[in-house]
Design a protein around this ligand. Structure first.
Ligand SMILES: [Zn+2]
Ligand SMILES: [Zn+2]
Length: 282
């Protein structure tokens, strides 16, 4: 197993949003797995109610339960609190005053939702079969239109800022490939990726290597093929499991770290002692 010096995770869900267990169960699992630092990042409230997000009226309870656990487990593990905040539109995104004023240790900016041409909000973070159905039903079968909307939202989120980590960059690649094999290698798609990573470099945001689906289908977000852009711009990297089940707190992380090392990356970023630090991959 890759060195315990990299035993950290800052992307995790719990029963305050769509996670499978209470916050404390994740803390216990993280300690069991030998983690030195662990961060919570429930899905932030949206302007409408959604079953997978933290409800806005639950925010005080989320922060209070975190404070209780931080005190309770002091000396055993460093705990941090954040949110995974959607870029939905110009009025609801990581830069929104409401999210900026919350007492958080870090913020993750993610795109899951895009607007279809008819104005409907479409969740791109779904199973491949449902994704195909959405392309047909909401985008007249035009995969490029959906992918284009995804990249546009990602670019806009970066322009607005207000977050530390960009969550699962290019997550749409997997479903796009299921729709049309080879599409992510096309010049069209690669140009979008190159622009996106160039903008990430400008903002200074950390790039997450999201390992959530590795145990299921061997995929990372961003895709291993995209890591050339991380290298091109020498972007700071955070390896996160985006965990929803306590038994998966560390899932895919050592595999990602090993691959990063093989690909010539030397360090990852870890929030420790209240500061983001560049740490050697063990
Ligand atoms: Zn996400
Ligand atoms: Zn997540």
């Amino acid at each position: 197993m890759t060195g315990m010096t990299n035993a950290t995770n800052y992307h995790s869900h719990c029963s305050f949003c769509d996670g499978n267990a209470p916050m404390e169960e994740f803390v216990k699992a993280a300690i069991e797995a030998g983690f030195i630092a662990y961060g919570f990042s429930s899905h932030a409230p949206l302007p409408f109610s959604a079953r997978w997000t933290l409800a806005r009226e639950e925010m005080p309870a989320y922060l209070a339960e975190f404070e209780r656990l931080k005190r309770e487990y002091e000396g055993k593990i460093e705990l941090y609190v954040g949110l995974e905040i959607d870029y939905l539109n110009e009025a609801s995104n990581p830069a929104s005053v409401y999210f900026q004023q919350l007492p958080l240790d870090f913020r993750i900016g993610s795109v899951h939702l895009v607007y279809a041409p008819d104005g409907e909000i479409v969740d791109t973070d779904t199973g491949a079969e449902n994704f195909k159905r959405l392309v047909d039903a909401n985008f007249h079968g035009d995969l490029k239109a959906l992918v284009g909307a995804y990249f546009e939202a990602s670019m806009r989120m970066l322009e607005k800022g207000g977050f530390d980590i960009i969550g699962h960059t290019n997550k749409v690649w997997y479903n796009a490939e299921q729709c049309e094999t080879g599409v992510t290698d096309s010049a069209w798609y690669q140009a979008k990726l190159a622009d996106l990573f160039a903008l990430i470099a400008e903002t200074g945001a950390m790039v997450e290597i999201n390992t959530k689906y590795f145990h299921r289908n061997g995929s990372f977000f961003p895709n291993v093929k995209d890591w050339k852009y991380i290298k091109r711009w020498n972007l700071p990297i955070v390896v996160n499991s985006d965990v929803h089940f306590p038994e998966l707190v560390n899932a895919g992380r050592s595999e990602a770290l090993k691959l990063l090392k093989e690909a010539g990356f030397r360090t990852v970023r870890q929030l420790m002692g209240g500061k983001w630090q560049e740490v050697e991959i063990g």
